[in-house]
Design a protein around this ligand. Structure first.
Ligand SMILES: CSC[C@H]1O[C@H](OP(=O)(O)O)[C@H](O)[C@@H]1O
Length: 339
């Protein structure tokens, strides 16, 4: 267990090794810390599709390294870019990272230059997380309790985290004295991943059932709900893990503030509103079983959207590395992210 002083030395779940990409397999945490070595871009696609690597920024970073692997393999770059882009539909960081790599290829970049670009993308994300941590923590009154949903931590990024970056910075600054993490069914990113990160950092945290969130807010124990994002539309509507929308509704009802923390690579000014965001539907089997054990009668059906959209009107602050957008609107988003 690390102490708080070293909390910034968080896990690096995406590691470039010169001729392969090393990924901490998030399907196995917390039971097993097992690494996956991707030696070609197709392996990276499978890792993204199967959630071995997940989290909007981490997906973009892994895809950028997938492009480098494609170049090293002398694969068709057009085909590699297209197949990587199709790995998952909602997190715009995937498309943003691939567009950056595509632009370098169009400019004639060789493999070494593509490798440098992927490293810049990864390094920029880590710097952004630390900047957002400070900006978000400053919004939180000392001695506050907060809750978070899913995993927007070091595992979902280059390290440190977005929502968990604010929580790490807030705890270190004495602004946050209690963290509640929602389990986040069905894939349990909160129970399996966020709790693993917070316990490793020695941060006081309690797991709650997703269904306990409104009851917790009613108790007055939390002042902020702090979440990550997968795609923020031009008007501030935000796609994030399924269950985020109902947390925002409950937060507004109980006078709890709602914070979205995401780097500018998650902002999509080309998408007008949340109505236009493609919400990923995953295999019903993920809902019909827990830890690989079926929990629902054979023959039962399930509907498994894994993201939802929180309207900007329910968001009190969007924290990015470029600054904080309070009470987000199209005009306020444009002031920071010129269309
Ligand atoms: C810091 S972005 C994390 C974001 O990604 C998660 O989705 P998934 O685990 O399916 O990749 C979730 O929406 C988190 O908020």
């Amino acid at each position: 267990m690390t102490n708080l002083a070293s909390a910034h030395d968080t896990i690096r779940a995406v590691q470039w090794r010169g001729d392969h990409l090393r990924l901490l397999d998030q399907r196995l945490l917390p039971a097993e810390e097992k690494w996956l070595d991707c030696r070609d871009y197709v392996a990276v696609i499978h890792a993204i599709k199967d959630l071995a690597v997940r989290g909007a920024p981490a997906i973009g970073i892994a895809a950028a390294w997938g492009v480098v692997l494609a170049a090293q393999q002398a694969a068709s770059m057009e085909q590699a870019l297209a197949e990587l882009r199709a790995a998952r539909p909602t997190a715009v960081n995937l498309m943003w990272a691939l567009d950056r790599m595509k632009a370098r290829i169009a400019a004639g970049a060789d493999t070494a230059q593509l490798e440098r670009e992927a490293q810049v993308i990864q390094d920029e994300d880590l710097a952004a997380n630390h900047q957002m941590g400070e900006l978000g923590a400053a919004l939180i009154a000392p001695g506050s309790g907060v809750m978070t949903h899913c995993n927007a931590g070091a595992l979902a990024t280059s390290g440190y985290g977005t929502a968990l970056g604010v929580i790490r910075a807030g705890v270190a600054a004495g602004h946050i004295n209690q963290v509640f993490a929602g389990e986040t069914r069905p894939w349990q990113q909160g129970a399996r991943l966020t709790m693993w990160e917070l316990v490793r950092d020695g941060i006081p945290a309690q797991l709650i059932a997703d269904s306990a969130a409104s009851h917790l807010m009613k108790s007055g124990a939390v002042k902020w709900v702090i979440v990550g994002a997968d795609r923020i539309a031009a008007n501030g509507d935000t796609a994030n893990k399924i269950g985020t929308y109902q947390l925002a509704i409950a937060a507004r009802h109980h006078g709890v503030k709602f914070m979205v923390v995401a780097p500018s690579s998650t902002v999509d000014m080309a998408t007008a509103s949340g109505d236009d965001i493609d919400i990923e539907l995953r295999d019903a089997a993920e809902l019909l079983s827990v830890a690989g054990r079926r929990t629902v009668v054979e023959g039962a059906q399930a509907w498994n959207p894994v993201f939802d959209v929180t309207p900007a009107s329910l968001i009190d602050a969007i924290v990015t590395e470029r600054g904080v957008i309070e009470q987000p609107t199209l005009e306020r988003m444009r002031a920071v992210f010129a269309a």
